[in-house]
Design a protein around this ligand. Structure first.
Ligand code: ARG
Length: 468
């Protein structure tokens, strides 16, 4: 098959080279964006009298036919034609004849691929944002329904203080909300038109980039043609945001794994989201959560891979940059599926209220409340800490719980301890007093849930009406 760039060459491309350089097996995924960009470009060429309106219309009709063929699965992608851009252009010329060759006027694959990739990442960023909003809503709903359920809060994986289950879950909702904001903010850097930069230097033809930007819903036109064809920071930023999000998902997945263990027994994962063992009939394994944790490795790897590809590339376009797509495609597929699985898994997980609440009561979890009690009575915190430590030691030695000590025993440690101490050392009381902003008291957590829900209600994803 004749290459669009064959003019200068006397020898046929080696088969090894064709195999080595082709990207069609993965970049065919960009077909829709490639066609959209080409339609906008053809419209602009006619509007600027660079080609005739008639030619432009023929090109657009041809592109629409190709669109239908690809959609229907009847289009034949040719590896010899390297990539999606040359596959579509060649098919167009075959379909409408020589006039199809006018489409590539004032354009190069360098600005074209940057355009396609931006359109693709713009679309997928919004898809991920939508799934993230659902994740936040799911967490907020579960938190609302379980507002009075206690659990032990941990630091260093040791029981620290009683908290509300909803407070713990809302911590993840806050993380996801920042992830959503990060993706949303990145849109303004993604949504910039690179087309019209041509190979690297712009063109002598009278193009109108602003018009193309309007047609494709871009916020702005890139300022520097060299920069536009040679940077992939928008893709790196996408991978970076995805890595941070996946790190958060991996942490909640880890909690689900630990909480569903017999040792914890805090939750029961839905049967539909667990798997059995081929040898041990009693087992119910949290494989989905484990894979979420596990897949995080390749997501980070994708970020590192593109950062490394880009590092040290001289300006402007270099073929190395063709390696930008596969990591992004992998991340998009994995992240979307992971978020869908996470949302479903969370909705269908049941929480073992009794077990969580009982555990919240164990392990001297309200010791800090005794120290704060003494502080409220005027004792410096350091001394209060010391005395409470001694009380805990005494409990351990005498095999007692904090509220099993008599007031006489308490008063041996400090005269400031009076009968009302028992109102502070039960887990639920302990929680009720933590009314500080962002704290674990039910009213604070309710406020937090409301604030997030309000924020989500007023949030709108910026829509760009696509050409197709
Ligand atoms: N397939 C190429 C890529 O993904 C398209 C750009 C090719 N440009 C070139 N000058 N060979 O980067």
């Amino acid at each position: 098959m004749k290459k669009p760039w064959s003019g200068r060459f006397t020898e046929k491309t080696s088969e090894i080279v064709e195999q080595y350089t082709e990207s069609i097996f993965f970049d065919k995924r960009l077909w829709k964006y490639d066609i959209e960009g080409s339609i906008a470009h053809a419209k602009m060429l006619a509007r600027q009298d660079i080609i005739s309106t008639e030619d432009s219309q023929k090109i657009i009709n041809g592109l629409m036919e190709i669109h239908e063929e690809i959609k229907a699965g009847t289009f034949k992608f040719e590896p010899e034609l390297e990539d999606i851009h040359m596959n579509i252009e060649t098919a167009l010329i075959k379909k409408i004849g020589e006039v199809g060759g006018k489409l590539h006027t004032a354009r190069s694959r360098n600005d074209q691929v940057a355009l396609d990739f931006r359109l693709y990442i713009r679309h997928e960023t919004k898809e991920i944002i939508k799934l993230l909003v659902t994740a936040e809503e799911v967490l907020a709903d579960i938190s609302e329904k379980n507002l009075t359920i206690l659990m032990p809060g941990y630091t260093h994986m040791q029981r620290a203080q009683p908290i509300l289950l909803s407070h713990h879950l809302m911590a993840y909702a806050q993380m996801f909300d920042r992830d959503r904001e990060r993706f949303d903010d990145s849109l303004k850097r993604i949504n910039i038109l690179s087309l019209g930069s041509c190979a690297l230097a712009g063109t002598s033809l009278p193009i109108d980039r602003q018009y193309v930007a309007e047609l494709l819903g871009f916020d702005a036109v890139s300022e520097n043609s060299i920069d536009s064809v040679s940077d992939r920071d928008f893709a790196i930023e996408f991978l970076c945001n995805s890595s941070i999000l996946m790190m958060h998902i991996s942490r909640i997945a880890e909690e689900l794994v630990v909480w569903s263990s017999q040792e914890f027994s805090f939750i029961e994962l839905p049967d539909a989201f667990t798997t059995g063992s081929s040898i041990m009939p009693q087992k119910k394994n949290p494989d989905v959560a484990e894979l979420m944790r596990g897949k995080t490795g390749r997501i980070y790897g994708s970020l590192i891979s593109l950062l490394t590809t880009m590092k040290g590339l001289p300006l402007s376009y270099n073929r190395d940059m063709q390696e930008d797509k596969e990591p992004v495609f992998y991340v998009v597929d994995t992240l979307k599926l992971t978020l869908k699985a996470l949302n479903q898994m969370l909705i269908n997980t049941s929480f073992n209220h009794k077990r969580m609440s009982t555990t919240a009561d164990e392990g001297f979890s309200t010791a800090t409340d005794i120290a704060e009690y003494l502080v409220k009575k005027g004792m410096p915190f350091r001394s209060a800490h010391e005395i409470t430590g001694k009380i805990v030691r005494y409990c351990i030695d005498n095999n007692k719980n904090l509220y099993e000590l008599s007031i006489i025993e308490y008063r041996k440690f400090s005269e400031l301890l009076t009968e009302d101490i028992y109102n502070f050392i039960k887990p639920f009381e302990s929680i009720n007093y933590k009314k500080s902003y962002g704290g674990t008291a039910p009213e604070s957590v309710r406020q937090q849930i409301e604030n997030l829900k309000r924020k989500l209600r007023s949030y709108k994803i910026r829509e760009n009406s696509p050409i197709l």
